[in-house]
Design a protein around this ligand. Structure first.
Ligand SMILES: [Cu+2]
Length: 72
């Protein structure tokens, strides 16, 4: 089990939080996703077959709400 924390400066509303949590949770291997509006942090816990690479690729592809696009 691996836990990573990403800081996403553009988390700007409850909808962003909901989008991140519901989208990233769908990725195979992801166990939990907690996005926080106040700290701008997203904490993701995962196991294989998920990986940081896959999470980042999925995020790039799937999350477009409120400028939640990332440059990684
Ligand atoms: Cu939003």
């Amino acid at each position: 089990m691996t836990t990573v924390t990403y800081t996403i400066p553009n988390i700007s509303c409850g909808h962003c939080v909901h989008t991140i949590q519901s989208e990233v949770s769908e990725l195979a291997g992801v166990k939990s996703v907690v996005a926080d509006l106040a700290t701008k942090q997203t904490v993701i816990t995962f196991d294989a077959p998920a990986s940081e690479e896959k999470i980042k690729a999925f995020w790039r592809r799937s999350i477009t709400c409120c400028s939640l696009r990332v440059t990684w």
